[in-house]
Design a protein around this ligand. Sequence first.
Ligand code: SUG
Length: 447
Amino acid sequence: MSGYEINFDGLVGPTHHYAGLSFGNEASTKNKKNSANPKLAALQGLEKMKTLADSGLKQAVFAPQERPHLATLRQLGFSGTDEQVITQAMKTSPDLLSSLSSASSMWTANSCTVTPSADSADGKVHFTPANLNNKFHRAIEHPTTGRILQAMFHDEEYFSHHHALPGVALFGDEGAANHNRLGGAYDQAGVNVFVYGQQFIGNHLGPKKYPARQSLEASQAIARLHGLNDLNTVFLQQNPDVIDQGVFHNDVIAVSNQQVFFCHEHAFVQTAHAFAEIEAKMAVLGAEFRPIIVPNSRVSVQDAVSTYLFNSQILTRANGKMTLVVPEESRQNKAVWDYLTEMTHSGLPIDQIQVFDLRESMQNGGGPACLRLRVAVNEDELDAINQHVFMNEAVYEILTDWVEKHYRDQLSQQDLADPALLQENRTALDELTQILKLGSVYDFQRS
Ligand code: SUG
């Protein structure tokens, strides 16, 4: 097999807390105002990165963002010293301060959409930061996300960076969480499957209770920007009924790797038709399509949402076989675990399950797949990436010490007003940019 898939995992930021900010994401709503442990959250994430790097996979670290975000608080009319801005914001609206303090950039599956050079007209890897327009606390991520992406993929010979799409519902974009790429080797041409929640022009079928966060119009714009074409794209609608049951991103109900598409029976609208299109387009590229569709009679949508079975990572091992990385919650559910155990003994490409405890992130609706951004590259592109972001034994030790030194082991909404927290975070992020050699990517470093 040629080419590589690199997983860029979001390092959980020091202000990780539970604020109930994401209507439609039931874990977020359920855990609102529970006390969080940012230190444990970051260590759980690092443990996953380290374990996967140790098993020979390419693993990298995606830096967190500066929170609370003083620039947005000032934009909203809070003024004075940084401390006064935070105190005023807390007095005016603790929920607003929570929004601007969320560590939500950890879920890097929503950071951007990335398509590999093998699929684009100009032969470059393309990145579009997601506007995350549906949620205020996430809509402020994309400018810094864009800068961090540029600091990691800086060589213009190989990498092309776009601006986020216009920040309105018509172009609501949630990034790679709604994009699956199917094919063979990672550096060979593949089929890009864009999954959308609703087509907004013409007011088409959509969910009734919860929002459709990804629009068809956004997915089409990204395909155009990235130089894809009709032969290597498929647009597939998410089933509105499952959005209303808490499937707020497609990666809560489907995941792909190479030729495998692992999904729930109720994930999509007109599945048979869309899968026939994927199969036909893959056949042109000489790749086989291997869907694994989990019947509702084995795993209900409710169980899929509560266990995050499909928010898993399918990783190809050196022998070509695949490992499914699931959260501990999947092991705790009998129906899900029975299904997985059976699947690994069925002669399918996935023959191994690996379980991680990611409870701190899970309680905000972020599982193993939410925490990572996949980037498929060839050998030259791999060499052109900022090498300091790759996970290895030494980087793991340094980042673990960094977390131990700077993170609190308890954080609730009330703690956000503590002016010391802002200083702690800035000191930590300053150090981190030096460890990962990112340059001045944060607003406080640039002002
Ligand atoms: O956007 N949760 C995130 C979870 C993102 C999961 N990502 C993927 N499925 N790829 C969201 O809903 C909750 C924050 C809070 O409530 O404190 C939050 O933003």
